[in-house]
Design a protein around this ligand. Structure first.
Ligand SMILES: Nc1ncnc2c1ncn2[C@@H]1O[C@H](COP(=O)(O)OP(=O)(O)OP(=O)(O)O)[C@@H](O)[C@H]1O
Length: 304
């Protein structure tokens, strides 16, 4: 038995509560129910005089329950609504129809229990690494001494103990992403939204940062944060996640929802995992599904 298997995740796996408990403990951390999202588009006329679509259906009929502490990778072609789903968790987008709940409540803005990390570091050029990490703590009203101690602790954790005073232009892209990671984790949010966080890195730096992030996250044991991780890289999705959700565009929807049962902790042997037949079987299966999904004819993205 390799400990590696792939199975279908169902909604019921996550929301069914034990019959004898008054307050269920396995409520999903994040839930999307019957989500539809339509964005209005600016009015434009085509050259032939016909009208362009007036709206785009970014998401349709999306149902997804994410239990606390799960690491979910969202994978899919450009425009299938991955970022829109993350923005709904952050409270930045309210669905046209359906219900989003975070910790059992509608998302609020600002949601201080959410950390958001992007492909590009988005560090402010006039802030040192330390002051960049302090930023979310300032927003939360931490005093200066406590902020500084926490920022230094976080920078040490991501291997930048000697870079506290450096500015953005003095840091490599990999170092900037480490600072961004430290900043995302600094206020200890229970949900991490990671939108292609390592996509802009070279292969070697990417593997190093994937392993470092997993090491930090896996070390939290049963207090692990809930992670929603967008990537176009199937290898990365399988290496990192407990579950891979494949989305389709036009309209954005969930096509596949798979549990990746690779054993944890994985951080110390990420480079080796990639070469196991089990890993390759899983990624090939996912690749085939994604290929099929991408080549399937669109169901009509636009609304006239
Ligand atoms: N504020 C907006 N106004 C109009 N259309 C939008 C808006 N936000 C997203 N869209 C559209 O909704 C669809 C889904 O966008 P979204 O960014 O969620 O996709 P994605 O899967 O994250 O794409 P990518 O992988 O390219 O980042 C796209 O067609 C996009 O153009």
């Amino acid at each position: 038995m390799t400990g590696i298997s792939m199975g279908r995740a169902t909604t019921l796996d996550y929301i069914e509560a034990p019959a004898d408990t008054a307050a269920p403990t396995d409520d999903p951390k994040v839930s999307f129910t019957d989500i539809r999202q339509v964005f209005a588009l600016p009015k434009q006329s085509k050259k032939d005089g016909s009208a362009s679509p007036s709206a785009v259906v970014a998401l349709d009929n999306v149902n997804l329950q994410i239990p606390e502490g799960q690491f979910v990778a969202l994978v899919g072609a450009s425009g299938c609504g991955k970022t829109t789903l993350m923005n709904m968790i952050a409270g930045l987008v309210k669905p046209t129809r359906g219900t989003v709940k975070v910790s059992g409540q509608p998302p609020k803005l600002p949601n201080l229990d959410v950390g958001y990390m992007f492909a590009r570091d988005a560090l402010l050029p006039w802030r040192s690494a330390r002051r960049s990490v302090e930023l979310p703590l300032e927003v939360r009203g931490w005093d200066k001494k406590r902020r500084r101690e926490r920022a230094d602790e976080m920078l040490d954790m991501v291997g930048l103990a000697d870079k506290h005073t450096q500015y953005r232009n003095q840091l490599s892209q990999g170092m900037r992403q480490r600072v961004a990671l430290a900043r995302t984790l600094a206020a200890d949010p229970s949900i991490l939204l990671m939108d292609e966080p390592f996509a802009a890195l070279d292969a070697r730096t990417k593997l190093t940062l994937q392993a470092e992030f997993l090491r930090i996250w896996e070390a939290e044991g049963d207090k692990r944060k809930t992670v929603i991780f967008v990537t176009h890289d199937l290898d990365e999705a399988v290496l990192m996640a407990d579950r891979v959700v494949i989305m389709l565009p036009r309209p954005g929807r969930i096509a596949e929802d798979l549990i990746v049962d690779l054993p944890r902790p994985r951080a110390d042997h990420l480079g080796d995992v990639k070469f196991t037949p089990e890993f390759q079987e899983i990624t090939q299966g996912l690749f085939d599904r994604l290929e099929g999904a991408i080549s399937a004819p669109g169901a009509g993205a636009e609304v006239k």
